[in-house]
Every structure is written in structure tokens, then in C-alpha cells.
Ligand binder design. Structure first.
Ligand code: ATP
Ligand code: MG
Length: 179
């Protein structure tokens, strides 16, 4: 089995800039700079033959390139606890178009439909049992940064090896977008 997800990589300068959005936050484990990305479709564990099928459908997908903009910070969580701290990505039409095409390709490859709403973001920290208060303060203090638009000319199928020493993501295939 191989654990896969489809994502946009980010230029090194942008990832480096995002590592500056750090300050002591109880329970936070900061995502290493090389791991920062925008997930478009989490696939999960599949057999190699299914991975081949997914690659096949993704490589036939066509969509135009576009710019993305990062905007603000936010958190995921529930019941007073924060699970993740992230930088938001403006949800623009071309991004949604690409995400929808990747979803359609995933379905054609036989994957079950993604039921969660698409919420584009760059995870900056995973949190374990982190209370909401300090995270909300963090978002209020560091949430207003302004970064130039980021050109997106490709998307990537990543293999993910998760383990105690952290996740290792390996690009399995890069699919160019149209100019
Ligand atoms: P770890 O699980 O060890 O914390 P990770 O979450 O970085 O590491 P994966 O679980 O392989 O590694 O996830 C890869 C990407 O897919 C990450 O961006 C993660 O947030 C996202 N992801 C993981 N599970 C889901 C899911 N069920 N639905 C949507 N996105 C997911
Ligand atoms: Mg995970």
C-alpha cells in the first residue's frame, strides 16, 4: 500500500516566509519548512495498481495555471480544542476548478467521493490538546501578513510516509497546468 495525496507545492521563499509565523504556542508542533503544501485531495492508502490508475487520470487532466494568494491565519478544532493552525488560501475560481477536476479524476479512478468541504490552507502547526484561547491570541497577533501572489503552474501527487519522526513527503508525479 502507498499513502497518497494531491497538493500544490509552494516556492521555497514562501515556505521560508511562513516559518517566520512562529511563536511559543502550547501544544503546537510546527510543520518543517520542506513539508509545507496546500492539499487538494487526500487519497490515503491505496494498492500500487490503484496508484497507477490515479496517476493515469491525473496526467490526462487539463486546467489552466493561476495565481494564489495566502490570506490570514485560522484554526481547525472542536470542543474548545485546537487541532491545527493554518494560513488560509483565497478560494478563487481557478483553484476551485482545479480541485473539482482532481476530484472528478479521483472518482474515475474508483476512489470514494470526498465528503468534506474543500478548505484550502497551508498547515503551519499540528496541535495536541491545545486550548483555544492562546491559539486565538496567536491568530489575532500574527494573522495579518501580506504576501505577493504565488504563481501555480503545476500540481503534484505526493507519497506520504508518516512516522514518529514526522511525515516524509515524496513527489511521485508532477502535472503541469496550461499556460
Ligand atoms: P501525520 O499524519 O503523521 O501527522 P500528515 O498529516 O502530514 O502527517 P498525512 O496524514 O499523510 O500526513 O496527510 C497528508 C496531507 O493530507 C496533509 O496535508 C493532511 O493534512 C491531509 N490529510 C490527511 N488526512 C486527511 C483527511 N482525512 N482529509 C483531508 N485531508 C487529509
Ligand atoms: Mg495526517
Amino acid at each position: 500500500m502507498i499513502r497518497l495525496f494531491v497538493a500544490l507545492g509552494l516556492p521555497e521563499a514562501v515556505r521560508e516566509r511562513l516559518t517566520l509565523v512562529r511563536a511559543p504556542l502550547p501544544g503546537a508542533r510546527w510543520v518543517p519548512v520542506e513539508n509545507m503544501h496546500i492539499t487538494l485531495r487526500f487519497i490515503g492508502e491505496v494498492e500500487p495498481a490503484v496508484a497507477e490508475d490515479i496517476d493515469d487520470h491525473l496526467s490526462r487532466l487539463t486546467a489552466p495555471g493561476f495565481d494564489i494568494r495566502l490570506a490570514g491565519l485560522g484554526t481547525f478544532g472542536s470542543r474548545g480544542r485546537v487541532r491545527a493552525l493554518w494560513a488560509g488560501v483565497e478560494n478563487t475560481e481557478p483553484l476551485l476548478h482545479l480541485q473539482a477536476k482532481i476530484e472528478a479524476a479521483s472518482m474515475r479512478a474508483g476512489l470514494p467521493a470526498e465528503s468534506r468541504k474543500f478548505h484550502p490552507h497551508v498547515t503551519l502547526a499540528r496541535c495536541k490538546n491545545a486550548p483555544e484561547g492562546p491559539a486565538a491570541d496567536f491568530v489575532a497577533t500574527y494573522g495579518s501578513f501580506d504576501l505577493p501572489p504565488i504563481p501555480v503552474d503545476a500540481f503534484t501527487l505526493y507519497a506520504s510516509q508518516t512516522g514518529r519522526s514526522g511525515a516524509l513527503y515524496t513527489p511521485e508525479a508532477v502535472y503541469p497546468l496550461e499556460l
